[in-house]
Design a protein around this ligand. Structure first.
Ligand SMILES: *Cc1c(COP(=O)(O)O)cnc(C)c1O
Length: 351
């Protein structure tokens, strides 16, 4: 017998690498290559440090009010947390409390099974089809809850909003979480469905399209009752998660719609151009609606391309996992960064 027998042991999620060298072309963690809105820098300057003596507003009211305006919902439809990782972890803890299995795809955000293991939530994964699409019928069954990333990660593929709605409707007696981390890059959001389905929770983040991965803001949308349960769990855990900087920065970012429409459109344009370039180099991939492309080469091994790019100072993401170990997830950088990558790949593949 040892104290170690009594430990809650988990295999943690492994985040993408954050190299110190600023010259690295970093296409490995789906961050924005563009800076956040200039209004963000201004908001930071205007924060009085005297505010920091006091505990922050547990309701993050300034941020939540701005979010309500931006998304056309009311304040009590919104829950905010420290990035959507925090929101999703609390959502797993709050909503998945039965003996039945929670369902999510076999290939998806690799944090889901980590949270399920951490909280001892029974779960089962359903395989994507060979084109990496989610098979709707797999989610129309008895279960303890459903989690779907839409568009899915790391595949980039979108499930139709009609299929999402059918899953939400079928599962009206348990919670369905739709993780929309990448929805701003051209997919259709399930957000309008929260008025009609009280079992639906839609999760989004400021980390990708809003270029604010470093400040850690994520949110969940749902009807006031389901959001209320999430708040109860959060306030039983740690009430003061969003600090005055986070709140002011988030609110400022939401005010600059034009800026974000512009950088999001740039990323989408880069992505569409990259689809052509990569195809010409012999890559295949699901049709991405995100800020990354998940690609496989017709001849060369992903892990070799990964190593060659890395040696060149170009970091992409490689997952050494069943079914996806011959794929690379390439985040969209600036056009200049992507052109450097393509130029290198041309030499490496054809040369
Ligand atoms: C990036 C990502 C998140 C989490 O992002 P946060 O930075 O914690 O908001 C959640 N889900 C998916 C699918 C993601 O790709």
């Amino acid at each position: 017998m040892s104290w170690e027998d009594n430990i809650r042991k988990v295999v943690p999620y492994v985040a993408g690498e954050q190299p110190k060298d600023r010259n690295i072309i970093k296409l490995n963690t789906n961050e924005s290559p563009y800076p956040p809105s200039p209004l963000v820098a201004e908001a930071v300057k205007n924060i009085e440090t005297d505010q920091l003596r006091k505990y922050p507003d547990t309701n993050a009211t300034e941020l939540v009010e701005e979010m309500a305006k931006t998304y056309g919902v009311s304040k009590d439809n919104i829950f905010v947390g420290i990035g959507s990782d925090d929101v999703l972890a609390l959502a797993f803890l709050t909503y998945f409390n039965s003996d039945k299995q929670v369902i999510f795809p076999d290939i998806t955000y690799s944090f889901y099974d980590v949270w399920a293991e951490l909280y001892r939530i029974p779960y089962v994964t359903k395989p994507l089809d060979d084109d990496f699409n989610i098979i709707k019928e797999d989610y129309l069954c008895d279960n303890g809850g459903v989690v779907i990333a839409n568009p899915n990660a790391p595949t980039g593929a979108e499930m139709s909003i009609d299929a999402i709605e059918e899953i939400v409707r079928f599962n009206k007696d348990r919670v369905v979480i739709v993780d929309e981390a990448y929805v701003d890059f051209g997919a259709t959001s399930a957000l309008p469905l929260i008025d009609r389905y009280d079992n639906l929770v839609v999760v989004q983040t400021f980390s990708k399209s809003r270029a604010l991965a470093g400040i850690r803001i994520g949110m969940a949308f749902g009807n006031p009752k389901i959001i209320g349960y999430l708040k109860d769990v959060k306030f039983s855990f740690n009430s003061y998660t969003l600090n005055p900087y986070t709140i002011a920065i988030g609110a400022a970012a939401l005010k600059d719609r034009e800026y974000y429409a512009d950088i999001t459109a740039k990323t989408v344009k880069t992505r569409e151009r990259m689809k052509n370039e990569l195809k010409q180099l012999g890559f295949t991939f699901a049709d991405s609606k995100t800020n990354f492309i998940f690609a496989k080469h017709e001849r060369l091994e992903a892990k070799d391309i990964f190593a060659a790019l890395r040696a060149e100072g170009i970091y992409v993401r490689y997952f050494n996992k069943p079914r996806i170990d011959n794929y690379l997830r390439i985040s969209m950088g600036t056009d200049e960064q992507m052109d450097k990558m393509i130029a290198f790949l041309k030499g490496y593949i054809n040369g």
